[in-house]
Design a protein around this ligand. Sequence first.
Ligand SMILES: NC(=O)c1ccc[n+]([C@@H]2O[C@H](COP(=O)([O-])OP(=O)(O)OC[C@H]3O[C@@H](n4cnc5c(N)ncnc54)[C@H](O)[C@@H]3O)[C@@H](O)[C@H]2O)c1
Length: 263
Amino acid sequence: MTLTLTGRKALVTGGASGIGEVTAQVLAKLGAQVVIADLAADKLAAARLRTGACGITAGDVVSEADCNRMVEEAGAIMGGVDLLFNAAGIGDDLLPVHEQEVDRWQHVLDVNLRGTYLMCRAAGKQMLRRGQGAIVNVSSIVGLGAFPGRSAYGVSKAGVVHLTKTLACEWGAAGIRVNCIAPGYTRTPMVQDLLDRNVFDPTLIEQRTPLERFAMPEEMARAAAFLLSDWASYITGTVLPVDGGWAAYGAAGDVRKIRTGEG
Ligand SMILES: NC(=O)c1ccc[n+]([C@@H]2O[C@H](COP(=O)([O-])OP(=O)(O)OC[C@H]3O[C@@H](n4cnc5c(N)ncnc54)[C@H](O)[C@@H]3O)[C@@H](O)[C@H]2O)c1
């Protein structure tokens, strides 16, 4: 039995870049019709060609009207929406709470948490009418444990976990499953930008990760595709860390030294 998404109609937010784009590509390869949505309207046409998506829709996930319209447009293109992958998101300024701009903090919450809520709400209404659907949201390892300087991002991603559980419980009886993945550090434009600005040291991250490397976006896409597929038919309300063991690791310092008894 092979994993297939043939006949499914998938909407992917953040589909013009990174994890969203690669997931759109994987969903299309697995047979789904896919519409990609993004704030970066100028990048959508090229991303459509790269992913094999059948349509595009531009909008801001912070806006309720845009979310409703993006779901409507995707539904009009595909004849409905029964899968949703919410990858639209932004990072934060890596400042401690007492140095943060409150408006900037709020904006990160608005994009990552309100945006996920609004897209689930808009697509969920359509799924409720159809009596079927699956949603995968994107949390983060930063939503599972505290990272100093990342209160906005961390709170937003912890909120995504809780929202996912709540929706799974509200919509389970209606045939809609809702799960989330919690990626570790993944080589996407968002992370490359942080590396280019020397915001963090890649070696320290590799040393803190049991698999000793960053993830590739395809590894997030495969986890998301599984959770969206019928192979995950009895899985709802879960958070799946896709993090090379990051969340499992509890010792101090370099995982390699601990393993060899040097740490
Ligand atoms: N890359 C990582 O290491 C990592 C780790 C954990 C979680 N994540 C999460 O994965 C998701 C994708 O991240 P990525 O690394 O692929 O980033 P990315 O910057 O490559 O892609 C994010 C996309 O979201 C879009 N977007 C941003 N704000 C939006 C808005 N208001 N409305 C609509 N679209 C908007 C951007 O235009 C962009 O195309 C994000 O939610 C991010 O928080 C990433």
